[in-house]
Ligand binder design. Structure first.
Ligand code: SAT
Ligand code: MN
Length: 596
């Protein structure tokens, strides 16, 4: 196919990659329906996708990965800045030359026997003042089909790039060339994996994995790791945050952004179905927020993505009806969930399991099986445009003005349901010390408490100390009265028997209502050592009956539990050496003094 662009640099790069990787053919992706049909037909042919029953799941597909390729691989993720100090203590680092030398050998001939797809894409609306372009080259048609759901991609993007637009070069190979006559497997991938970022030259090199977070390079690799570096240099924020629009019964509109680690309920909160009468929550984003200061000094947020890549297990009509409605409209790719005998999907959390399923590993499965039918990090990938609660402002390149920022983690103890920061710097401190139990979204142990600053630990593309400094310094560009107010939330606190103290999901509107009352200067709050906490009477419980004392226990700030956190926070801050902002040490000292 002749190249449909006169972009010199792009043409040169595509030729260089093809010369190195030796694909059978080069395909420039136009993003059309016809192309999507062709690619998904091919993927059905190779067994990567199984077409689901259109009566249940119109135009939707089921995929199962290789059982070793199910999540992000943080151990194999590298920030290859020129200077090691710029990657900092929380990232793996290899010198860019060395990494490129090693990966060039891996890429040599890596696409033999396969097609090489060129995907022009744009993160955020194409009509933005400064559209953020990328081009992903991949040998995976699954990646092309998924990128079509997750990003604005294809011919219109290539046209908008003209002959010289700047773009991020994102190179991906599953690392499994095919010898002549060799049959493909449904999920090609390599045992060797690298997810490498070159922030200075705006490049991403990914090798060996087909799993979303490792292969859909517009998402975590570009929109967080590379974009966080651009944001540092250009004075904005690229964050792992959902964005919602909340309208009160009186018609007052507020916008809230919220950072939570992977698999901690961001998609559910982004589509919250409020239980309180008259309240409305609309969705703008469920995973990534790009935030810039507007001419009025306020912080405006845009969702750079075009689709949802949500955790399937636990998603159901009771927990997230709007996700279920979004999926019911079809056009979805489900990965690593179970399939029913009549061509629907099923996962844990959907109520009673059918008598028989095909599990995510492709085996027959029955409810008596000792193992879940779906992988705990199984995902649905679906266009966000199908979400019934999508806000009209979703597509607005100016974004929405953020009134409040939530930082949240998954903690069984210690952290109360909600607390308000005293000011911006204290809020940055709360974000910097955010902690959460690890989940199946990344390879490794699950349930271990780790610090996860702003839920960005695996996604900060530079030194985490510099990142926290960036947050502190942005707070100086506007008075506290126009900056978003910062809150810390924990939906996951447990009682002594291990039960959740707070019901979560649609009931979380009760917490959002208190937060909004605080924005308005109303809403009761009491001082605690860690911030302003509502008395139980300040949370609207109308229509909800909780066990006696449960809300009080969910809101409790126990000085002993917090004293036990102090050495952990100190140890965490010490990892940053001289780069931790002095203002954050001062916040820790003040907390120590308050705890006595
Ligand atoms: O796998 S992704 O990185 O895309 C999702 C997540 O872990 O947040
Ligand atoms: Mn995420």
């Amino acid at each position: 196919m002749s190249a449909p662009t006169d972009h010199r640099d792009l043409l040169t790069w595509v030729r260089q990659v093809a010369d190195l990787t030796r694909p059978d053919r080069v395909v420039w992706c136009d993003g059309s329906d016809e192309e999507y049909r062709r690619l998904t037909d091919e993927l059905v042919g190779t067994g990567t996708l199984v077409r689901l029953n259109p009566e249940h799941r119109p135009a939707s597909f089921w995929a199962c990965t290789d059982p070793t390729d199910v999540a992000r691989v943080e151990e194999r993720t590298f920030i290859c800045s020129a200077d090691e100090a710029d990657a900092g203590p929380t990232n793996n680092w290899v010198a860019p030359d060395e990494m490129k030398r090693a990966m060039t050998e891996l890429y040599r001939g890596a696409m033999r026997g396969r097609a090489m797809y060129v995907i022009p894409f744009c993160m955020g609306p194409l009509d933005a003042e400064d559209p953020k372009f990328g081009v992903e080259i991949t040998d995976s048609a699954y990646v092309v089909a998924s990128m079509r759901i997750m990003t604005r991609m294809g011919g219109a993007v290539l046209a908008a790039m003209g002959t010289d637009a700047q773009y991020v070069r994102a190179l991906h190979s599953v690392g499994m060339p095919l010898e002549p006559g060799e049959a493909d497997v449904p999920w090609p991938c390599s045992r060797t994996k690298y997810i490498s970022h070159f922030p200075e030259s705006l490049e991403i090199w990914s090798y060996g994995s087909g799993y979303g977070g490792n292969s859909l390079l517009g998402k975590k690799c570009y929109a967080l790791r590379i974009a966080s570096v651009l944001a540092r240099d250009e004075g904005w924020l690229a964050e792992h945050m959902l964005i919602i629009k909340v309208t009160s019964p009186a018609g007052q509109v507020r916008h809230i952004a919220g950072a939570f680690p992977s698999a901690c309920g961001k998609t559910n909160l982004a589509m919250l179905d409020p239980v309180l009468p008259g309240w409305k929550v609309e969705t703008i984003g469920d995973d990534i927020a790009w935030m810039r200061f507007g001419p009025d000094g306020r912080l405006y947020a845009v969702n750079p993505e075009f689709g949802l890549f949500g955790v399937a297990p636990g998603t159901d009509w009771t927990t997230n009806a709007n996700a279920m409605r979004t999926l019911a409209r079809g056009n979805a790719i489900f990965t690593n969930v179970a399939r029913t005998d009549d061509g629907d999907v099923w996962w844990e959390g959907m109520g009673e399991p059918p008598a028989h399923l095909t599990s995510w590993t492709g085996e027959p499965w029955m409810p008596s099986a000792g193992e879940p039918s779906s992988h705990p990090n199984s995902r649905f990938c679906v266009p966000i445009g199908q979400c019934p609660t999508l806000a009209a402002e979703y597509d607005d390149p100016r974004g929405v003005p953020i009134d409040a920022i939530l930082f949240g983690g998954r903690r069984r103890t210690t952290v109360p349901l909600v607390a308000e920061a005293r000011d911006w710097t204290h809020g940055v401190y709360l974000g910097a010390t955010l902690s959460s139990e690890t989940t199946a979204a990344a390879a490794g142990a699950v349930g271990v408490v780790r610090r996860d600053p702003m839920a960005m630990l695996p996604f900060i593309g530079y030194h985490a100390g510099d990142y926290l400094n960036h947050w502190i310094s942005l707070g100086k560009s506007a008075p506290d009265t126009v900056l978003p107010k910062i809150f810390y939330v924990n939906w996951f606190r447990r009682d002594d028997d291990g039960g959740f103290l707070w019901p979560g999901f649609g009931e979380n509107i009760r917490v959002l209502k208190w937060i909004i009352e605080r924005l308005d200067g109303r809403g009761a709050a009491v001082e605690s050592p860690i911030g302003l906490v509502p008395p139980a009477s300040a949370i609207d419980l109308s229509g909800l009956s909780l066990p006696p004392g449960a809300l009080e226990a969910a809101l409790a700030v126990d000085p002993d539990e917090w004293r036990a956190e102090l050495p952990l926070i100190t140890e965490w801050f010490e990892r940053f050496g001289g780069k931790l902002p002095a203002a954050l040490w001062a916040e820790l000292d003040a907390l120590k003094a308050r705890l006595g």
